[in-house]
Design a protein around this ligand. Structure first.
Ligand code: KIV
Length: 261
């Protein structure tokens, strides 16, 4: 196995050569396990808010929470590139974007991600000018879910398609090393993948992106109360955990729970 550290440059260079399988992690053990499984890009996503912290959406996540979980993930010292999300309202100006990106880097992030294109392009330029690697995020932007009134596929209408193409070009020009495409209509995701010189990493955006990213608990079936169209859990972890806990509880009640194994 090639054990060299994954960098933003190596992720960018994988375009057209190796598809990128990226996942989220929010703590030390999951980061270590994903890294041992060879995942090259691990994101401390602000999905943290929904899948770990119990918030109804990602708009409640604070920078302090992102720092706390980024520190935990970074302690795994992954070979993977470790990226972290700038949370809602933490990058409203270029100055705030740089200051808060620096805080995530100080917590152990090797790249930051923020949601948007032309609307945040000055912030992206400022982050890149400071020397911090930037991962773009276009399409359905979960930090805008309240103003948009839900999660819906983007880029089906021509105006939206044009806007997304312009956003993506702007992110490339500003120096993003890859772009997450969330709930982008599959034909547009394929077009973006063909046109852009950097990798597209899809989530719910069809099969033709340069890579795919999932929220790890969705892949593992840890959150059966969320049902998503774009992911079929590969494991029923919630059911298995419940069964093991119930079995252990029964053994404790029967007086044999302290036995090893
Ligand atoms: O917060 C997150 O986990 C994300 C992924 C869905 C890409 O942004």
């Amino acid at each position: 196995m090639n054990s060299s550290k994954i960098t933003p440059e190596s992720i960018a260079a994988s375009k057209g050569r190796t598809r990128i399988a990226a996942l989220t992690a929010y703590d030390f053990p999951m980061t270590r396990l994903l890294d041992q499984a060879g995942i090259p890009l691990i994101l401390v996503g602000d999905s943290l808010g929904m899948v770990v912290l119990g918030y109804p959406d990602t708009t409640h996540v604070t920078l302090e929470e992102m720092e706390h979980h980024t520190r935990a993930a970074a302690r795994a010292k992954p070979r993977a590139l470790l990226a972290a999300d700038l949370p809602f309202r933490s990058y409203e100006t270029p100055e705030a974007a740089v200051a808060n990106a620096r805080r995530l880097v100080a917590a152990g992030a090797e790249a930051v991600k923020a949601e948007g294109g032309l609307d945040i392009i000055e912030q992206v330029r400022a982050i890149r000018n400071y020397g911090i690697p930037f991962l773009g995020h276009l399409g359905m932007l979960p930090q805008h879910v309240l103003e948009e009134g839900g999660y819906r596929v983007k880029g089906k209408q021509e105006a939206e398609r044009q806007r997304l193409l312009a956003d993506a070009e702007a992110l490339v020009q500003a120096g993003a090393f890859a772009i997450v495409l969330e709930l982008v209509a599959a034909p547009l995701a394929a077009e973006l993948t063909r046109r852009l010189p950097i990798p597209t990493i899809g989530i719910g955006s069809g099969p033709d992106c340069d890579g795919q990213i999932l929220v790890t608990p969705d892949l593992l079936g840890l959150l059966p109360w969320f049902s998503l169209k774009h992911v079929k859990p590969r494991l029923n972890a919630a059911e298995q955990m419940r069964a093991v806990v119930q079995e252990w509880k029964r053994s404790v009640e029967a007086g044999s729970g302290a036995k090893a194994g």
